[in-house]
Design a binder for this molecule. Structure first.
Ligand code: SAH
Ligand code: F3S
Length: 465
């Protein structure tokens, strides 16, 4: 009998990857993926705990799902309701208290045990709670990626290389929810990359909470850093594009910078969270880099890869942030020029050092600062998108658009590009003449010329110039 599975994913790309791997675990048990929770025999919420709003969303969704579950039960159908991810890890007991109708609560390091946990729920009733913390076991026991699991978003796929974080930024729950840093072995990662290419993948994004702290042990027990791993990935035939996320500025080393210089498939776009432009606040955040360190790092990266474009994360209203601190952040934004960014109001997270600091900032002031920052970041993004008009960009067409014949692809700089194109081009990299630059996306048309010549993103600058 086939049973239906619905997974709803919140938060970061690592959760997207994990949801796909949970699907890989469940397909052999006879589950089929459905987009509708109402038809599902099992619903998993893969949750995010990073900010308060993200965590609260889970409880309102659980309320809705409880009604669905009861409706199904009235019709004699069962539904296993499960909470996975970082909320499960951080507040398992709280979930049991606030949502006792949940059957299964399990943390990010336990996904390989799903079959056993499901069997336990049906045997014993009540809620099964599993917030075990050994990452190694998870990767050793997860089955191989399959085409059906949704691990693949068209021709682009995530590949987790590193998990967890030992940095303990004062505001952040990740070290508590994902645990200590763990790097997978290079051989295992490269094998997974091979498999992805065999499944039709052209773009691989190496994932980690702190991806450039990667230090995997190779067969001869040498440590590989991320730069070396990127080089090895680029040698796999069929890997046309490589990205990595998310990186920590203080851990960008010479080998990684050299990879940006030498590895043609490494895309000229880097998400490099800075959080603040004030040295005082960066210190209080325990970030291990100052604002000028960040400026100098960006300079070195741009020297290695002149067309490199940057995106970042910002937090406004960290405890003690003064007007001058905030001005320093605005100055950094102006100095660097980001083509895209995420910015957030500081959200105190239980258990983190910053949550208990006394000099918390008023919500209204956080809101004002966020609006000012976002105005500037949005203006930079729009200006960059507009500057692309007139150039030919290699775009990986990896999503179908809403209307027939429309597709959406990704530029080297991660901009979504809308185009009308024949279906057989889906999953390929095509040269697009960029005709329109909007706030969050570009629009283009198929370029008549030789697209192979525009495949090298390094040429984008020359084309545009
Ligand atoms: N190492 C990863 C994960 C960090 S979480 C990374 O750097 O992306 C993603 C972003 O969420 C962080 O960069 C930070 O800007 C934001 N964030 C984390 N904790 C936060 C908090 N307590 N309040 C507001 N924003 C937060
Ligand atoms: Fe969080 Fe800082 Fe690690 S933002 S994930 S503690 S690098």
């Amino acid at each position: 009998m086939t049973r239906k599975l619905h997974i709803k994913t919140y938060g970061c790309q690592m959760n997207v990857y994990d949801s796909a791997r949970m699907t890989d675990v469940l397909l052999p048990l006879g589950y089929q993926v459905t987009d509708h929770p109402d038809d599902a025999d099992m619903v998993i919420l893969n949750t995010c705990h990073i900010r308060e709003k993200a965590a609260e969303k889970v409880y309102s969704e659980l309320g809705r799902l409880n009604r669905t579950k009861q409706y199904r039960q009235d019709q004699g159908l069962d539904m296993i309701l499960a909470v996975a991810g970082c909320v499960a890890q951080a507040e398992g007991d709280e979930i049991l208290r606030r949502a006792p109708f949940v059957d299964l609560v399990f943390g990010p390091q336990t996904y390989h045990n799903l079959p056993e946990m499901i069997a336990r729920t049906s045997r014993q009733g009540g809620t099964v709670l599993n917030t075990d913390f050994t990452v190694e076991a998870k990767f050793d026991h997860l089955p191989e990626t399959t085409a059906d699991s949704g691990a693949l978003d068209g021709a682009s796929a995530f590949l987790t290389v590193q998990e967890g974080c030992d940095k303990f930024c004062a505001f952040c729950v990740v070290p508590y929810t994902r645990g200590a840093e763990f790097s997978r072995r290079p051989a295992e990662i490269l094998e997974e990359a091979h498999r992805l290419v065999d499944l039709g993948v052209k773009e691989v994004t190496l994932l980690g909470q702190n991806v450039n702290s990667y230090h995997g042990l190779s067969g001869d027990e040498h440590e590989w850093g991320l730069g070396r791993l990127i080089r090895a990935t680029s040698e796999i035939a069929g890997v046309e594009r490589i990205r990595y996320t998310t990186s920590y500025p203080a851990d960008v080393d010479d080998a990684l910078i050299a990879a940006h210089r030498d590895v043609e498939q490494l895309m000229p776009f880097l998400h490099l969270p800075v959080q603040s432009g004030s040295d005082r606040i960066l210190k209080a955040m325990n970030r291990r880099h100052g604002a000028d360190d960040y400026r100098a790092l960006v300079e070195r990266l741009r020297a290695a890869r002149p067309d490199l474009a940057l995106s970042s994360d910002f937090i406004v209203g960290f405890p003690g942030e003064t007007d001058d601190d905030f001005k320093a952040t605005m100055k950094l934004v102006e100095d660097i020029g980001f083509i895209q960014a995420y910015s957030f109001k500081y959200s105190p997270r239980p258990g983190t050092p910053a949550a208990t600091l006394e000099n918390q900032i008023d919500e209204a002031l956080k809101g004002e600062r966020l609006a000012i920052l976002q105005e500037s970041l949005n203006a930079q993004q729009l200006a960059f998108n507009k500057s692309c008009v007139g150039s030919v960009m290699p775009v990986l067409l990896d999503r179908l658009g809403r209307k027939a014949g429309q597709m959406v692809g990704r530029s080297p700089f991660m901009q979504p590009v809308h185009v009308t194109a024949p279906e057989e081009l889906f999953g390929t990299i095509v040269g697009l003449c960029i005709e329109e630059g909007k706030a969050n996306s570009l629009a283009g048309s198929l370029s008549e010329g030789d697209i192979s010549s525009s495949r090298n993103p390094k040429q984008h600058k020359e084309n545009a110039a």
